[in-house]
Ligand binder design. Structure first.
Ligand SMILES: Nc1nc2c(ncn2[C@@H]2O[C@H](COP(=O)(O)OP(=O)(O)OP(=O)(O)O)[C@@H](O)[C@H]2O)c(=O)[nH]1
Ligand SMILES: [Mg+2]
Length: 492
């Protein structure tokens, strides 16, 4: 076993590098030539201090994509020097705006050099101050500001920002501060560790994809998930970043994790575990970070290694919440009963809270609503018999929530999803999961998907649907209730 396989690497410098985004970069206001020159100047400076060009090139290609510039742009020293002069931009017929980008160039250079090189230059002797013709007064200001931001000295950094009169320079200071300060605070937050467990094909991975609002984690109707995938919530991320740990202990990082890469990591026997960071839409990280683990199915008749990985993970790691999912299609199977008891003894030993989700509720015939309640009641009795005092059971449909979210976002559906969509929409227009919960008042509304004031029409495969009705149907799937209960602190 590789040591620290599942340990929290939130402060890992590689993640600091992965988190930094150019999404709101001030240089985006300039034309393509200026944007190209900015990236090239930044690269020139970083190359001259860091031996590890490959790591920067990796990041550079991501920035090139955000700035929509050519990565092959040939660099010259003149590119750096050029940023000692303001960029002039015509903003109307009679008015020109001048912006000096040397400040943000310095701050970002120092920041990336710090992350990429073993030896950090003495910032006061940073030769680029001279090259960029930065006045002595500003050299001091930049050095102080950089140190304050890096050290999380909020008050002093703020004071410097307020002392800068030039609006465009202040904007650059604020932009840098906003990213770095937020990222620094993020790494200090307390963590709630959640593990989603179930027998094979109960919909664990689909549930996680539904919470992310995108199809990232491999999910199919066969023994699928082969290793623990731990996903850390980060509200600021618009994409998925992550790493995998290999058998020899090495880590591979990616600044754009997608389904193809995760399939590859999941199927590669040399990869032991996967760590991702992404935004769980309904889960906030203002006060604490929720980290959710997808685990392999635990069927005893199936892959023994899968059973061992999942049980070992929840037993030997600090897990605060265990989400135990049941598959409505196969209630009361021997495997789910064994898992119920195994989880109980581990949760008791480690003090973990257990919440129960009854997935694939859409597999019921909507003429048999009564049988849904009696089925939930019998599951409730079974859970009590396993020793859980007053279990909360959330009936839900991970697949319906996932598909509804894709439609609300205007994403393309596969042919199979298109066929499923209309049936699921009909089902969850009538069926409200909240009305079937035991020991819990369900939550139907979302902080992320809001009703539109004047309803909109969504065309899905030639048929029209009301946007607001689809949001109601999404609420009726029960996913928001399950997300709410996962986040509930035991004392609050
Ligand atoms: N009808 C229905 N099917 C679902 C639902 N959620 C998941 N499925 C389907 O169930 C199958 C298994 O889903 P996965 O998410 O891979 O299940 P899993 O628990 O991660 O499976 P393993 O990783 O193999 O243990 C897939 O074909 C999903 O499309 C649901 O709410 N309703
Ligand atoms: Mg899975």
């Amino acid at each position: 076993m590789v040591e620290g396989l599942y340990s929290n690497d939130i402060k890992d410098k590689e993640y600091e590098l992965l988190r930094y985004s150019f999404d709101n970069h001030p240089i985006l206001a300039e034309n393509v030539n200026e944007r190209e020159r900015y990236l090239s100047a930044l690269t020139q400076i970083i190359y001259s201090y860091s031996d590890d060009r490959m790591r920067w090139d990796f990041k550079r290609s991501e920035f090139a994509e955000t700035l929509e510039v050519n990565i092959e742009y040939s660099m010259s020293s003149a590119d750096i020097i050029r940023f000692s002069k303001p960029v002039k931009r015509k903003i109307s017929f009679w008015r020109k705006e001048k912006t000096l980008y040397s400040y943000i160039l310095i701050l970002e250079s120092l920041y990336f050099i710090r992350l990429l090189s073993a030896k950090i230059p003495d910032i006061h002797c940073f030769k680029e101050f001279k090259i960029l013709k930065i006045k002595e007064k500003y050299v001091r200001l930049l050095c102080d500001y950089f140190s304050f931001v890096i050290d999380n000295n909020y008050e002093s950094a703020r004071q410097i920002i307020e002392s800068v009169n030039d609006k465009s320079i202040r904007k650059q200071f604020v932009y840098f501060y906003d990213i770095v300060f937020w990222n620094n605070c993020y790494t200090e937050l307390p963590i709630t560790n959640v593990a989603v467990c179930a027998t094979m094909s109960a919909g664990k991975s689909t549930f996680i994809n539904a919470m992310l609002g995108m199809d990232c984690i491999p999910a199919r109707n066969e023994a699928c998930t082969d290793k623990i995938t731990i996903i850390r919530d980060n509200d600021r991320l618009k994409k998925i970043i992550g790493s995998c740990v290999k058998a020899d202990g090495t880590k591979i990082y990616s600044n754009r994790v997608d389904r193809r890469l995760l399939d590859e990591w999941n199927d590669n026997q040399n990869v032991l575990a996967t760590r991702l960071e992404a935004d769980f839409e309904e889960i906030g990280c203002e006060n604490r970070i929720t980290v959710i683990a997808d685990t392999p199915g635990t069927n005893n008749s199936g892959n023994v290694a899968h059973h061992g990985k999942t049980l070992g993970y929840i037993e030997y790691n600090k897990i605060d919440v265990i989400v135990l999912l049941f598959n409505s299609e196969y209630i009361g199977t021997n495997d789910s009963d064994i898992l119920l008891k195994e989880v109980k003894s581990i949760a008791d030993k480690n003090g973990a809270r257990v919440v129960f989700g009854l997935n694939k509720i859409d597999c019921f015939d909507d003429n048999e609503l009564l049988s849904i309640d009696s089925m939930i009641k019998s599951l409730h009795d079974e859970i009590i018999a396993a020793g859980y005092p007053s279990p909360i059971i959330i009936p839900f449909s991970a697949n319906a929530a996932r598909i509804f979210k894709l439609v609300l976002k205007g994403k393309q559906l596969t042919k199979k999803e298109m066929r499923e969509f209309d049936l699921l929409y009909q089902f969850f227009t009538d069926f409200n999961s909240s009305e079937h919960m035991i020991n819990f008042v369900g939550k139907n509304n979302s902080d992320y998907y809001k009703y539109s004031e004047t309803d909109r029409v969504l065309n899905v495969f030639g048929a029209d649907y009301s946007y607001n009705s689809l949001i109601s149907a999404l609420g009726n799937t029960g996913i928001f209730s399950l997300e709410e209960i996962i986040q509930k602190q035991p004392n609050g």
